[in-house]
Design a protein around this ligand. Sequence first.
Ligand SMILES: [Zn+2]
Ligand SMILES: [Zn+2]
Length: 349
Amino acid sequence: MNSMYAVALTGKNALTLQKREYPTIGPDEVLLKVHAIGVCGSDLRIYQNGDDRVHYPRVIGHEIAGEVLEIGSQVTRFRMGDRVTLGAHIPCGECYFCQKNEGHFCVLGRSVGYQIDGGFAEYVVLPKEFIENGSIQKIADNTSYELASLSEPFSCVLSGLHEVKMEAGDTVVVYGAGAIGCMYIAAAKKMGAAKVIAVQRSKPRQKLALEAGADIVIDPTITDTVQKVREETEGLGADTVIITAPSAQVQKEALEVAKQLGKLLFFAGNKSVKETSLNTNHIIYKQLHIVGTHGAPRHLHIEAVKWIDEMLIDFSFFVTHTFPLAETEKAFQTALDKDGLKVVVIPTQ
Ligand SMILES: [Zn+2]
Ligand SMILES: [Zn+2]
């Protein structure tokens, strides 16, 4: 066992299966055998556009679940064979935000699969800062690695619901029914949303939105979303609006869809359009509560693992495709095709 396979990003739109040296770890490090690694929307963005923090060749991927294989002599928190799932961020532990337990805003901005090699590989080395300040959570014996790999994206969903302050009884509009959108739909229902209205263009995902628990799906190519939401809410508009579709048009429309005193979550980054003009009078005169979220603090990653261990919603629904490591490129293409929801690579397959 002196080599391993990894899929490295070697340039834009270039993923290369490489035979690499079997990793050796230092006294403060942990070696993890990767059992499942999810393809994140951010992985797709890095694949297509590159990222300032990612230098080639780099093994990307941060939605990792796996098994502790080797432990450095100084590491006391883990045992060999521990089954774990990871958060994405590598907080330094010392900066202003880390001290405030908001390590996802660490000034160093380090994440697994960005400045260090991530999970599209047979093994991944977890560095000291990650072990000390990041999130490595043990999973229940009967939780599969495949579902455990959803803990990172789901922690981001929980962070959004937490910040937007959705309440039981709310009518919730969710724009976009990809993996994240469907997680929002299912979690909002579980947390007591009275009615969830999904807005989704593609037909396959309209069906998935309903299966995830949406009460109504609006196809914006044939229905006026603002009008339809008013019809469904006695003319008042939605209590909570969650935007998981990266669209400036949707961001504008969301302000109209919300009722007076409504709450809005801007979740999806809008990479192609840097500036969006919004009718700020809606914000003022409707007294809207608007938040954005990005990533998740550690305590919400712990919550996410609890949701998965307890199967508070049907997490198996979100994983629609799995691929072996050698087919990582195909996994990325499948995710880009947007027919299904979460695509997960299983390096042990
Ligand atoms: Zn992710
Ligand atoms: Zn920090």
